[in-house]
Design a protein around this ligand. Structure first.
Ligand code: RP5
Length: 173
């Protein structure tokens, strides 16, 4: 599978969340690479990564970071590839610090920001970008969305049939 998505994160402590991106990309059969790069602790590596990303065949970069989360913005400043930012929930400010750091980009340097800990959606969004020109990924996304629809329809049917009390007891225990 050719590597089209770069998943980067500020620290290995972000990995439990960012693994969700990798998981959904595995499911959608999108090739990716995954590593730790810090805008603050390894700034030169961040610059090199962003500058070489397009040459290395990447189409989308997903950057997760917590706290003063500058990684996605720094990468976006250095490439014209689409960058998706994932604010990571940290204890001190509940992830609001990371969210604001990632979402409040100046005009000219966009970062598509997902929810706090929204790593799965970051992967889906990256696949949707690639699905604009890759029909295999487009088809995999259709299958994924159809299976989500089927799961929800099934739950709705059950809830309507048995009522909320039985549903709570039997299906949500
Ligand atoms: C950020 O600081 C990282 O993205 C991480 O979310 C947070 C804490 O990093 P560690 O101290 O756990 O390495 O740069």
């Amino acid at each position: 599978m050719k590597v089209q998505v770069g998943i980067i994160m500020g620290s290995d402590s972000d990995l439990p969340i960012m693994a969700e991106t990798a998981k959904i990309l595995d499911q959608l059969e999108v090739g990716y690479e995954l590593t730790v790069i810090s805008a603050h602790r390894t700034p030169e590596r961040a610059v090199t990564y962003a500058r070489e990303a397009r040459r290395n065949g990447l189409k989308v970069i997903i950057a997760g970071a917590g706290g003063a989360a500058h990684l996605a913005g720094v990468i976006a400043a250095l490439t014209t590839l689409p960058v998706i930012g994932v604010p990571i929930l940290t204890k001190s400010l509940g992830g609001a610090d990371a969210l604001y750091s990632i979402v409040q980009m100046p005009p000219g340097i966009p970062v598509a920001t997902v929810a706090i800990n929204g790593a799965k959606n970051a992967g889906i969004l990256a696949a949707q970008i690639i699905g604009c020109y890759d029909s295999v990924i487009e088809n995999n996304l259709d299958i994924f969305k159809e299976s989500m629809r089927a799961v929800v329809d099934n739950k709705a049917e059950k809830l309507e049939a048995k009522g909320y009390k039985a549903y709570l007891k039997e299906d949500m225990a």
